[in-house]
Write a protein that binds this ligand. Structure first.
Ligand SMILES: Cc1cc2nc3c(=O)[nH]c(=O)nc-3n(C[C@H](O)[C@H](O)[C@H](O)COP(=O)(O)O)c2cc1C
Length: 377
């Protein structure tokens, strides 16, 4: 494996050790920025339109205060392990599906999988990974789930599902919040393009989307006419024995529909602020969804997690586990697998401190009482 990332696309070599002044997840962002060109940076860091939701994801966490507790009994503490869909993770922080890791590092998803294994957690591989799902599975020493987008060609979608099953992936995460191309102005201004050597490795051979046979007034140039519906969730369930987790829900009504249509779990997410701008911060949606789901399905959460206290807040508001996106991508860009593992270890250590100071010896003890003041949830 190539640890130094010498590709000419990168402005600096990848770090091979982490300097001692890198102590917080946010310390990786300027390192990643300095290493990446404007093209990759626009794609990896950007959000949609004015990036109001991207900022809101973060700001909403900062406006949630915590209640500290003292003198509790921690003698029976059982650590931070969490089991979801039969897979046990060292702590409830997993790597979100993010496309094209080779934009951040020459080894792409192979370096990410190595970092996840070193830090003892799971990795959700994007349908648009830049290394094939089979190659990642062969190299990975850590639980993997596969993220899926419904392709217009359902035959191809079925094939992808079969490939993920054959390669040993433990769950399918179907992302439903991006049925149309969105207004990612930062990417548009940078004229973002995939550089040579970076492509969606799993989708090679996919025929170009068939010309839309509908009139010019149909929404979004016809994309909505062929977009998936709840019936496709049932179809997906019918072709696989893997749990089907639906990613990209913020509406309690949609959460109920997901449960009715047999979802195995939900990822409460607004795609990291990359789809509809001014959509609500995802942490503001989480407690409302937890209230209607009432523990019937595992809820995962992502969007704006940058601190262990954010993880604690999400668990308190109903998440079984959280996913991180940009933070580990910045770690990957700056320091490869070492950076990915370090980002995870920082968040895990911060979560443990937050649990200690809010009187929570176990994950099960984390509940809404740790939140002092909420964002009018
Ligand atoms: C560069 C980038 C690419 C992404 N690609 C995908 C993807 O292929 N599939 C998907 O379901 N979500 C994708 N996402 C969304 C993430 O899975 C996740 O929802 C989001 O990054 C969480 O927010 P955070 O970056 O603040 O942690 C992507 C996010 C980013 C930043």
């Amino acid at each position: 494996m190539n640890a130094s990332g010498p590709s000419s696309r990168f402005r600096r070599p990848v770090l091979v050790t982490v300097p001692p002044e890198i102590v917080a997840v946010s310390d990786y962002e300027p390192l990643a920025r300095a290493r990446l060109d404007d093209n990759a940076w626009a794609y990896l860091s950007g959000g949609t339109a004015d990036e109001i939701t991207l900022r809101a994801n973060r700001d909403a966490f900062d406006h949630l205060s915590l209640t500290t507790r003292v003198l509790g009994d921690f003698s029976g503490t059982s650590g931070t392990q969490r089991t979801i869909f039969g897979q046990t993770f060292g702590y409830p922080i997993l790597l979100a599906p993010v496309a094209y890791h080779k934009l951040a590092h020459d080894d792409g998803e192979l370096a990410t999988a190595l970092g996840a294994a070193a830090a003892r957690t799971g990795f959700i591989v994007s349908a648009h990974s830049s290394v094939s799902l089979e190659e990642i599975a062969r190299a990975a020493q850590t639980p993997l789930w596969f993220q899926l987008y419904f392709k217009t060609d359902r035959g191809f979608t079925r094939e992808l599902v079969q490939r993920a099953e054959a390669a040993g992936y433990g769950a399918l995460v179907v992302t439903v919040d991006a049925p149309v191309n969105t207004m990612r102005n930062r990417e548009q201004r940078a004229q973002f393009h995939l550089p040579p050597g970076v492509d969606a490795a799993n989708l090679r051979g996919l025929p170009p989307a068939a010309a839309h046979q509908i009139n010019a007034n149909a929404l979004c140039g016809g994309m909505m006419a062929t977009a998936p519906t709840w019936n496709d969730i049932e179809w997906l369930r019918s072709i696989t024995n893997l749990p089907v987790i639906i990613k990209g829900i913020v509406s309690p009504d949609d959460a109920l529909l997901a449960a009715q249509h047999g979802a195995g779990g939900i990822v409460v997410s607004n795609h990291g602020g990359r789809t509809l701008d001014t959509a609500c911060a995802s942490i503001c949606a989480l407690p409302r969804i937890a209230d209607v789901i009432e523990g019937r399905l595992p809820l995962l959460f992502d969007g704006g997690i940058r601190r262990g206290t954010d993880v604690l807040k999400a668990l308190a508001l109903g998440a079984s586990a959280v996913l991180i996106g940009r933070p580990y991508i910045y770690g990957l860009a700056a320091a490869g697998a070492v950076g990915v593992a370090h980002v995870l270890n920082i968040l895990r250590a911060e979560l443990e401190v937050a649990m200690a100071l809010t009187g929570c010896p176990t994950l099960e003890k984390i509940n809404r009482k740790v939140i002092w003041r909420d964002c009018n949830l």
